[in-house]
Ligand binder design. Structure first.
Ligand code: ATP
Ligand code: MG
Length: 559
């Protein structure tokens, strides 16, 4: 096997083998088929990257197909969100398709099946139909309506279509084999009556096709060569093929369904139904709440399309389901943002320091590097004055030798500025620190070239000049669930594992360089993490979302 070939994943092997046998390169065509019943999530992103990735690799079209066969759960809002998210991830679809565009064709084929004696109208309740299904070990029982005449079936199906029968009275079933070892082959339902308006076809249709009937035939209509789906559809493949057999024209390309494993992410849930619950119950504010594992939520949280694509590529495709730790996703966003975004200084839990030997009215605008990873990003000016904020946790009156931050009598460097030393603290009656008094070494300014500026001190702190600080709202997000696999326990509701601290809002004091920002601008707050400007930002208030801290603080807790 050539080296290149050895690195192909198992789906690529399938495509390559088809290309060696009976497919031309120009036969290849893929699709991504979401149901518009919610927003796309990180699990979908892997499927998007997979299908559109094949499109790019083989220069083949990839359709965006809305699998919109259930008007009860589907909405235009979701169609719009899905298109926005796929585009934002950086992919272009060849055609925008809708299963609902094929309703007439599907209906005509269903009539053909009835005429050939391969489908019949069943007038039993859904409970009765379920009871006759049998079990994997015990064969099912034929419906008493299974041998209805073609004429009667056609007449009833027509009535169903025209809305002349109430919901639940009849269904159309394929006539296959009630004793098949594959339960899905035991006369599956093809159509049900639903008197519900559809977001695209309005009230035109009173019957709606089931997934299995619509999906394969849609693939066939679009001449999709490889229909990749997740493993739960493996037992559906036999039915997919049976339905294709009924309508297949051998001069045309015959789609094939192949399956790969779902990707699940730790400390969250990736199921639209469960995500919808979080929105409906008000546990999160919206589908794009930055705590949601939706593409829109990740985007608002500060994730970039590149980081999500790199994540999807790094986990690859597999045949077994597994839980990917969210730290892998976080690794990819840190790696991407580290190279791209400017550094700024922001203090989130301030304590005031006073540089007692610094003149009262003096302000110096000190030069600061925007990104040490990229000189081309240039420098900015940061104001330094006598009164500054540092983080409360960066000071201890007394500390052991491992504390490389500010303590009485020991030196630290203020980033981009001077070396300071704490002399004494001012406290209120309750013992809370109000001010830390320090002195600075005038000769030690960063980059000034003096001996003092080159002096090595163990710690470097970020800081903000109090008179220049801009007050901002900072939303500190954390994992939505404390449990790695919240929905894995059968008898426990996943909502029991919610992290009560998944959102904490604080006031941040930022250097004045951030005065003009726009939603989705991204920064590294030095020593704290990566942050992005939220769309709730107004002219009078900047709102930041924490994308990810600089280091993973959960590692310690969990080990
Ligand atoms: P959900 O359970 O979230 O509703 P779904 O499978 O019902 O997911 P669809 O919109 O029907 O969602 O799926 C669109 C495509 O995305 C399908 O091909 C599906 O197999 C794939 N997909 C969905 N979830 C994942 C996942 N976690 N990992 C990989 N692919 C996924
Ligand atoms: Mg689905």
């Amino acid at each position: 096997m050539a080296k290149e070939e050895a690195s192909l994943n198992f789906l690529e092997h399938i495509i390559e083998e088809d290309l060696r046998n009976n497919y031309k390169l120009s036969d290849l065509c893929f699709r991504f088929p979401p149901e518009p019943n919610g927003y796309l999530h990180i699990g979908h992103a892997t499927s998007i990257c997979l299908n559109f990735g094949f499109g790019l690799k083989y220069n083949a079209p990839v359709n965006l197909r809305f699998d919109d066969t259930n008007p009860i759960k589907e909405e235009q809002e979701f169609v719009d969100a899905i298109k926005r998210d796929v585009q934002w991830l950086g992919f272009e679809w060849a055609k925008e398709c809708y299963a609902s565009d094929y309703f007439q064709q599907l209906y005509d084929w269903a009539v053909q099946l009835i005429k050939e004696g391969k489908a019949y109208v069943d007038s039993q309740s859904s409970e009765a139909i379920a009871q006759q299904k049998g079990t994997p070990q015990i064969p099912g029982t034929n419906s008493p309506y299974r041998d209805r005449s073609v004429e009667e079936n056609l007449e009833l199906f027509e009535k169903m279509k025209n809305g002349e029968t109430p919901e639940g009275q009849h269904v159309l079933r394929a006539k296959i084999d009630m004793a098949s070892p594959n339960m899905l082959m035991r006369d599956p339902v093809m159509y049900r009556v639903l008197h519900k308006p559809h977001h695209r076809t309005g009230t035109d249709w009173k019957i709606y096709p089931m997934y299995d009937w619509a999906h394969g035939e849609s693939d066939y209509i679009e001449q999709i060569s490889h229909s990749f789906c997740t493993l739960e559809f493996l037992p559906h493949r036999e039915l997919y093929d049976w339905f294709l057999d009924q309508i297949y024209d051998p001069t045309k390309l015959r789609p094939k369904q192949r399956e790969f494993a779902r990707r699940n992410l730790s400390h969250t849930v990736v199921s639209k139904r469960k995500l919808a619950q979080l929105v409906e119950k008000g546990i999160v504010k919206s589908w794009d709440d930055p705590r949601m594992p939706t593409i829109a939520g990740l985007r608002r949280r500060g994730y970039t399309p590149e980081s999500i694509r790199n994540f999807a590529e790094s986990i690859g495709v597999g045949k077994r389901e597994n839980l990917i730790d969210v730290s892998h996703l976080e690794f990819h966003i840190r790696e991407d943002l580290n190279k791209k975004v400017p550094r700024i200084m922001v203090v989130l839990d301030p304590v005031k320091i006073v540089i007692t030997n610094y003149p009262e009215d003096k302000v110096e605008w000190l030069e600061a590097e925007n990104n040490p990873e990229d000189d081309a990003m240039g420098t900015r000016k940061v104001p330094f004055s006598r009164e500054l904020y540092i983080e409360r946790e960066d000071f201890k009156e007394e500390a052991n030798r491992k504390f490389f931050r500010l303590t009485i009598g020991k030196e630290v460097r203020l980033k981009n500025a001077y070396i300071i030393k704490a002399t004494n603290v001012i406290k209120d009656e309750a013992g809370n620190i109000l001010e830390i008094h320090c002195t600075y070494d005038e000769e030690s300014r960063s980059g000034s070239g003096t001996e003092a500026s080159k002096r090595k001190v163990k710690g470097t702190l970020h800081w903000v000049s109090i008179p220049h600080a801009i007050e901002t709202e900072v939303r500190l997000y954390d994992r939505l669930f404390v449990e790695a696999a919240p929905d894995a326990k059968k008898d426990t509701d996943f909502l029991e594992f919610l992290n009560p601290n998944s959102l904490k809002i604080v006031t941040g004091y930022a250097e004045p360089s951030i005065e003009k920002v726009e939603a989705e601008d991204k920064f590294q707050f030095q020593r704290l993490g990566y942050f992005t400007v939220d769309r709730d930002t107004t002219d009078s208030k900047i709102v930041f979302n924490r994308t990810v801290p600089l280091r993973d603080s959960w590692e310690k807790i969990e080990s």
